[in-house]
Ligand binder design. Structure first.
Ligand code: 3HC
Length: 295
């Protein structure tokens, strides 16, 4: 894939993030902090309210700790517009990052609508880690301007962004998407072709699968397995802590989406994950997952 020419400036000024969950909210804040006019869209007012308050806490803490100035944060809030009015945001956008639910029919319907609403030049990307963009691009009349742009949790901090084409994605779309990732302060990892899970999640899956197998066999408790990953491998978190951070619901839905794509029973969620999911123990976001959280 050709390098992004240093003289080239992408015509992206206004970004729309669809879905104000953990990922969407932090992606949108990062975009606003990096100087982009940003619309964060959700169908639920309540979700937007939650996103605003969790972002406000993170920004206040950054200011308190001297990691950002109050001025920078205030300017970002001026650029960030939270709204349920998808049509007006998308009609003036240059770049869409979809971070809604991991459900193929929902995404296809959404992308068909985005395609109708967005200006012709706009790129429609999905943050999905498992639903590859070829499955979604077919719902639009602009498959060359559709790709995956995959961020990592917590998106304000993690540097990696995977930029993933499907066979019909144009070079220009990939260049612009990788350049946008850089403009958002991230290090793009360019994949040559799509595969569910991409690169980083495939690596993580291998570790998580082994961790769950050790736990299910009764070899060690999940806390001890986490300790081993932190202290022996110097991972910042163990695999169970990480599942709680990313969300047990996300882990469950990712596996279900993969199963739907592959039909391979190996892809199905581990019974322990299914049990937590069905009990509503989604991890940090619900106060309880593998671990229990105070707030
Ligand atoms: N959101 C935003 N910022 C956060 C955060 C969060 N959820 N959690 C922590 N931070 C920031 C804070 O600034 C915090 O500093 P503060 O306490 O002074 O305010 C700083 O990180 C350090 O936090 P902690 O001292 O609590 O803990 P750590 O030093 O362990 O750092 C971490 C936290 C950055 C989350 C680190 O543990 C880490 O890198 N963990 C691994 C994360 C990872 O692997 N992510 C990939 C997940 S896979 C994925 O996202 C793919 C998707 O498809 C599912």
């Amino acid at each position: 894939m050709p390098e992004v020419p240093t003289s080239w400036e992408p015509d992206i000024a206004r970004i729309t993030v669809i879905g104000a969950g953990t990922m969407g909210a932090q992606i949108a804040m990062q975009a606003a902090l990096c100087g982009f006019q940003t619309d964060l869209i959700d169908i639920k007012e309540e979700q937007l309210g939650q996103a605003q308050s969790s972002l406000a806490k993170l920004m206040d803490r950054d200011v308190e700790k001297g990691r950002r100035s109050q001025q920078t944060v205030d300017a970002a809030w001026q650029r960030l517009h939270l709204s349920t009015d998808r049509a007006s945001a998308v009609s003036r956008t240059d770049f869409v990052i979809e971070a809604a639910v991991e459900d193929l029919p929902v995404k296809k319907q959404l992308f068909a609508e985005l395609d109708e609403l967005a200006p012709v030049h706009a790129i429609l990307s999905t943050n999905s880690s498992n639903i590859v963009s070829s499955r979604i691009a077919e719902a639009t009349a602009r498959p060359d301007r559709v790709c995956n742009m995959h961020f990592f949790n917590p998106a304000l901090i993690m540097k990696c962004v995977e930029v993933v084409p499907h066979t019909g994605t144009s070079e220009e779309t990939l260049e612009k998407t990788a350049a946008l990732a850089e403009a958002l302060g991230k290090d793009p990892v360019r994949l040559r072709k799509e595969v569910p899970g991409f690169v980083a999640n495939r690596l993580l899956n291998a570790i998580r699968k082994e961790a769950l197998s050790l736990y299910n066999q009764g070899v060690a408790g999940f806390e001890d397995i986490d300790t081993a990953a932190r202290t022996a491998l110097r991972h910042p978190m163990g695999p169970f802590e990480l599942m709680d951070l990313v969300g047990i619901d996300v882990a469950y839905l990712i596996r279900m989406a993969e199963y739907e794509q592959t039909g391979d029973p190996e892809s199905l969620p581990d019974p322990a994950i299914r049990e937590l999911y069905e009990a509503g123990r989604y991890g940090r976001k619900s106060g309880r997952g593998w671990y229990t959280y105070e707030s």
